[in-house]
Write a protein that binds this ligand. Structure first.
Ligand code: FAD
Length: 495
């Protein structure tokens, strides 16, 4: 009797009318036109790409049904769902540290998710020692710094290749209370061995002349903090991964959403990933790294009577205003207002009964961030909203960001936002938000070979290499360099 497979099929897809397209030519998948890689960006004055994104209909409800085993095609050791910074770096780590073959599947292309909107801060300034994420962050930053050094050793410039800059970070206070908090932070991080100092408004006159604060303000300065350019970094990682394609160890399946996991009935091992166009057999593992879509995707993919799944990952919308070729002044460092720390964890506090709400998570919160990127663009942010999967630009949010940044960098008030927008772009991205503030990294309970890596909210670029190493070690059954227990799903998302 033919083996029966539990196959998850798409419920209704108005684009395909239930008819699956033929498998993509792998070579074609590697030769995507380069303009597709900027899918998630919106150039002002042009057709809003965000509109195109909002019409994507591949995150539709999925349905579980029994059917006979799909025809075998495309066997890989590991199939990764999601080619944002998390999926891409997991692929990279597996390719470099093992001889496994890897298929990378994305519903669109790598920078179409949160990754394409990321500001690129690889910072310790706003992280707290002793928290579960601290060690993962430290490991991840160590790996980023080693990568930047290795690029330099190959006679390339990390600034060109990754947009990598050791600008140092300034966490800025406006009030006496905030300044006291930042002084404590400087002390705490110094005790962890980081270079840190508190700068008064006078010190800041020379360090960051455009930053204007009242006398009770100041800044915690962390000279070793870095930043990268997400688009350059993604391009570099993709190029490196593609080198393994010639030996048959790597293939990309872009514009081809995963729509199902295929596994023999009563088995805890998934044997293949069904995409809209093909079946990708996974001999060793499946990794789900679908950013803010992971929650709904998992909910639909995994329906087991004995497992109660509650993966509360939601999209947290963020806007950034990017002014290209900005000449009026230069910033020496990356800047962020001290209130960002609460801004990032706003909903955590709102849901923690003993702390009382700081912000209403549904409402807009805007916190000043400002930096100059590798191309000389001024990048201003940032906003947070829990308003679903919509990626439309909201003009009122841009105005809020502009006003808030002007309170710290008053020279900007001399400029016209309208004029600057002619030579700029707005980036909108959906951060993968999870209420307890920690990414989920680990094996999905009830399965022996399905792993999850998602929920990095505003820290996915910063935590990517540490996350990738952790997942790769799990797949390869190596001991993890950082304790993975705090990031496990069991007890947090599965009961
Ligand atoms: C405005 C803004 C500023 C930020 N600034 C920073 C910063 O300075 N530093 C920092 O560390 N982080 C920052 N972040 C956060 C960071 O960008 C994210 O945490 C990170 O990009 C998340 O990566 P990801 O791979 O999990 O998700 P994504 O990049 O969203 O990737 C998920 C991918 O999964 C794909 N997908 C979804 N469903 C399916 C399916 N069914 N099948 C196949 N593929 C699917 C999507 O198409 C997408 O490409 C910022 C984010 C925003 C929005």
């Amino acid at each position: 009797m033919a083996a029966m497979a539990l196959k998850i099929t798409i419920n209704s897809n108005p684009n395909t009318n239930g008819v699956l397209a033929p498998p993509p030519n792998k070579l074609q998948a590697h030769l995507l036109p380069s303009n597709q890689k900027i899918f998630g960006r919106r150039v002002l004055g042009s057709t809003p790409l965000s509109l195109k994104r909002s019409k994507r209909n591949w995150h539709v409800p999925l349905r579980v049904s029994s059917s006979s085993q799909s025809s075998a095609s495309n066997p890989f050791d590991v199939v990764i769902i999601g080619a944002g910074i998390i999926g891409l770096t997991i692929a990279r780590h597996l390719l470099l540290s093992s001889d496994l073959s890897v298929a990378l599947v994305d519903a669109a292309v790598p920078c179409s998710g949160a990754t394409g909107a990321g500001q690129g801060y690889i910072w310790k300034a706003h992280k707290l020692p002793g928290t579960d994420k601290w060690k993962l962050m430290m490991r991840s930053h160590q790996l980023w710094e080693s990568l930047a050094k290795s690029i330099q050793l190959q006679s390339m410039d990390p600034l060109e290749v990754l947009g990598w800059k050791k600008t140092g970070s300034l966490l800025v206070s406006k009030t006496a209370d905030e300044s006291a908090m930042l002084r404590r932070r400087v002390e705490e991080l110094s005790q962890e061995g980081l270079r840190a100092e508190f700068l008064s408004t006078n010190d800041l006159l020379s360090e960051e002349p455009e930053l204007v604060l009242e006398k009770e303000g100041g800044a915690a300065f962390f000279p070793d903090d870095c930043q990268l350019d997400a688009h350059r970094t993604v391009a570099f990682i993709e190029k490196g991964n593609r080198r393994f394609a010639v030996e048959g160890r790597y293939a990309e399946f872009y514009h081809d959403p995963a729509i199902g996991l295929v596994r023999p009935e009563n088995s805890c091992e998934v044997g293949a990933v069904q995409t809209s166009k093909t079946t990708l057999h996974s001999k060793k593992a499946v990794v789900i790294a679908a950013g803010c879509w992971t929650g709904s995707l998992m909910h639909d993919l995994i329906k087991q009577p004995d497992i109660e799944l509650d993966l509360p990952i939601k999209p947290r919308k963020g806007h950034l205003l990017v002014i290209e070729n900005f000449k009026s002044f230069k910033l020496n460092h990356g800047i962020m207002e001290a209130g960002y720390v609460n801004h990032q964890s706003a909903t955590l506090k709102a849901t923690a009964s003993d702390l009382g709400p700081v912000y209403n998570a549904q409402d807009l919160s805007v916190s000043m961030t400002a930096t100059m990127d590798a191309s000389g663009s001024l990048v201003l942010g940032s906003s947070r909203q829990l308003v679903g999967f919509n990626t439309e630009v909201d003009e009122s949010v841009i105005n809020h960001i502009w006003q808030r940044v002007g309170e710290f960098l008053p020279a900007l008030r001399k400029e016209s936002l309208e004029d600057l927008r002619q030579s700029g772009e707005i980036r909108v991205g959906l951060r993968p938000y999870i209420p307890d503030g920690k990414p989920v990294i680990g094996l999905v309970p009830g399965f022996s070979n399905v792993f999850l890596a998602a929920g990095h909210e505003g820290e996915g670029l910063s935590l990517a290499l540490g996350t990738a190493e952790m997942i790769a070690d799990m797949v390869l059954t190596n001991p993890c360099k950082v304790d993975p227990a705090p990031f496990a799903l069991l007890g947090r998302c599965f009961h």
